[in-house]
Design a protein around this ligand. Structure first.
Ligand code: ADP
Ligand code: MG
Length: 349
């Protein structure tokens, strides 16, 4: 069996650096940012904070990441998510942040008609993505997993500060946690007076304000088909999240088939929908992260229909299809530039 870049720290380091933010070649003489790189939430995170007070703001952001990670790490016996997964069906008390994220995520599970399903975790585990001991479960095993994937069985009480999950089910926040964290940190930084920062949380980018020179941030979108982590294109953003889900991020190969970490809740198997990557751009990182996963499960036609049906979400999409075609939604026509010679189609409202 061949392993994907998977869980090795070196692999993740390379992947983290590949989610590049281009600072432009010309000598722009702005002060150096406060910069930090940490390993958290199972990925490499790096942040650049510009302007006065950058060092303190950066230190506070790193503390916040570790605090949120401690709440949600699905394999950490002290986390709130671990407690929910091992409560034997009893009510579990939650912190405000966990309650907040769980209730937003549950709404997004419903909005995507279960393409996003937080309780897909038992399938993620069965395929070995939690340990790196990858395996292809038998059809019998998958059939037994399917009824254990159903986000409607997760209950939140009135103010959402308690939750309950049936005994034979497990959930994780992997599909939404980094997006939520990015927007949470962005808010914290703005409140501290920061007007220019860029946060790279694995493949998730969160822009705060603009570049220090007032121009938009230029975020490189990775080519999902390249082994060399080539750039597919560049999108210009300010104060937005740019979040990509793809089959190339965490996967393994067996008997010539590739299996990745995004599950179709209907089959308990990796989602094979005709897409190789989905990028979602918008103001709310939780929404973008949830949709990047859900639209990957839905496939290109359903994803475009979903986007047309939900203008209120204010998101734009970059879809890469299995045949190499790139599709962008109309709002990106001015701000997205392809770096490669590919067919590009525009999805109209
Ligand atoms: P990444 O974390 O690599 O950026 P995603 O945001 O797409 O990618 O989240 C994938 C993670 O979410 C998986 O590792 C798994 O824990 C979980 N997951 C997989 N499939 C689903 C799904 N259909 N709904 C919700 N969570 C999922
Ligand atoms: Mg996601």
């Amino acid at each position: 069996m061949e392993r994907g870049e998977g869980r090795t720290r070196a692999g993740l380091l390379a992947a983290g650096l590949a989610a590049a933010v281009l600072l432009g070649g010309c000598a722009q003489r702005t002060a150096e940012p406060a910069s930090g790189q940490i390993f958290a939430m199972d990925t490499i995170m790096s942040m650049d904070v510009y302007g006065e007070g950058g060092e303190e703001a950066l230190a506070r952001a790193e503390e916040t990441i570790y605090r949120l990670e401690d709440l949600w790490a699905v394999t950490d016996e002290n986390s709130e998510i671990w407690a929910l997964n091992h409560s034997g069906g009893a009510w579990v008390d939650l912190s405000q942040e966990t309650a907040d994220l769980l209730s937003q995520a549950l709404e997004l599970c419903a909005l995507t008609d279960g393409a996003l399903d937080l309780t897909a975790y038992s399938a993620v585990q069965a395929w070995g993505f939690t340990t790196g001991e990858y395996r292809v479960p038998s059809q019998e095993e998958l059939d037994a997993l399917i009824p254990r994937i159903d986000y409607t069985r997760l209950e939140l009480d009135g103010d959402g500060l308690r939750a309950r999950l049936p005994e034979n089910m497990e959930l994780d926040l992997g599909a939404v946690a980094k997006g939520y964290t990015g927007t949470y940190l962005a808010e914290q930084l703005r409140q501290a007076g920061v007007t220019s920062a860029i946060l790279r949380l694995g493949g998730n980018i969160q822009a705060v304000g603009t570049r220090p020179d007032g121009n938009p941030w230029r975020v490189a979108i990775q080519d999902p088909d390249s082994q060399q982590e080539a750039t597919l294109g560049v999108v210009e953003v300010s104060d937005q999240a740019v979040i990509t889900s793809g089959g190339y991020q965490r996967y393994f190969e067996e008997n010539g088939e590739t299996y990745w970490h995004i599950m179709d809740p209907d089959t308990a198997a990796p989602a094979r929908s005709g897409l190789t990557s989905v990028t979602v751009i918008g103001a709310d990182g939780t929404v973008c992260d949830a949709l990047s996963t859900a639209l990957f499960v839905m496939g290109p036609e359903e994803a475009a229909d979903f986007w047309r049906a939900h203008p209120e979400l204010g998101v734009e999409l970059i879809l890469v299809l299995e045949d190499g075609t790139v599709q962008i939604t109309q709002g990106l026509e001015e701000t997205f530039t392809l770096s490669q010679d590919r067919t590009m189609e525009v999805i109209a409202p």
